[in-house]
Design a protein around this ligand. Sequence first.
Ligand SMILES: Cc1ncc(COP(=O)(O)O)c(C=O)c1O
Length: 404
Amino acid sequence: MKNVRKDFPILERKINGRRLVYLDNAATSQKPKQVLEAIAGYYSNHNANIHRGLHLLSEEATAMYEESRKKIAGFIGANCPEELIFTKGATESLNMVATTWGAANLKKGDTILLGDFEHHSNMVPWLEIAEKTGAEIEYLESDENGEIHLEEVEKKMTGRVKLISLTHASNVLGTIVPIKEICGLATEKGILVSVDGAQAAPHLEINMADLGCDFYSFSAHKMLGPMGVGALWVKREILERLNPYEFGGGMIDEVSYQKATYAAIPARFEAGTPNVAGTVGFAAAADYLEKIGMDDIRQHEIGLNKYLSEKIKEIDGLKVVGPKEPEKRTGLASFSIAGIHAHDVASVLNDYGIAVRAGHHCVMPYHAKIGLTGTTRASFYLYNTEEEIDRLVEGIKKAVEILS
Ligand SMILES: Cc1ncc(COP(=O)(O)O)c(C=O)c1O
């Protein structure tokens, strides 16, 4: 990925006297100047509230908002832009699925299937809705390498299962879940599939028609866009029948003192003033990623993962969790080091200007399952380099030296 680093001003920063090595991309990515300029350009030249105004700025802002929807819908291969709802991020998108579809369609005797390494954002909303509706949750057991096999999915797809909600790529293990194959099995049985794409949309080429799922949730900030905006894609025939998520301005058709009727999709699901600047930045991020090419980004990350896997073999007691083959993971490696706390490793790395994340990464139950309280996670993106991996490995060696 030559020449991309110059687009990311923050990568020039010095941390503790050394040039920043940013390896916390699974938490949030950095933003290229094309995204920063798109947001500043919107506020500098076009800012107004959308839909309601009859003045030129409002028309421009509305057009930019709807253009952003078209861009993001195109980026994920949606059939039409109306299937894409803008949200605050993947967490809100996942909550929307649980509280709209879940509340209306689940009852006692029904089962929801989840993976055993879901992010809390794809677990806690279902725990809540199960409590309210009387439905039960069952978990798909991953194997010792953090992979979910189709036999396990088939075994658990009983007649009681109404929906499967799975991450497309794990934020701890990097595991890429075979969503397309799972959707194939689910469709045969009339089971719906909701996908948490927070860690997949930034790193893999995704296409809704090809995947065959019913709901897909993702966030802009993990894919070079701003914080506070994301999307939920829903298959049109399902979205048309869903109850609104929030109520208020922007989502109504007519209101009297007694009654309200609701707007058509997608406005029906976007009550209140949306984050227009955020969606403009989101679209600029999608443009940027497309220009680089998702395939090239994926190959770059596999290369970094392979390079890291070789280098860390030298470190005694270090164990990477998740699939052993680097090409089976998205661009990340979470690891534990015998006898050393994950937080201490991250703290020493910070002393050397290296940003990684440590802890349970919002996946507490899986860490408990594998007998760890936390892991240290290095996660890459298109701007990371082999030289940065060298610095990471040097930093880990220093941490082991200091902390053993
Ligand atoms: C797999 C996964 N799902 C959901 C989320 C929630 O995303 P957000 O915090 O952007 O709402 C994250 C964030 O780390 C994630 O990694």
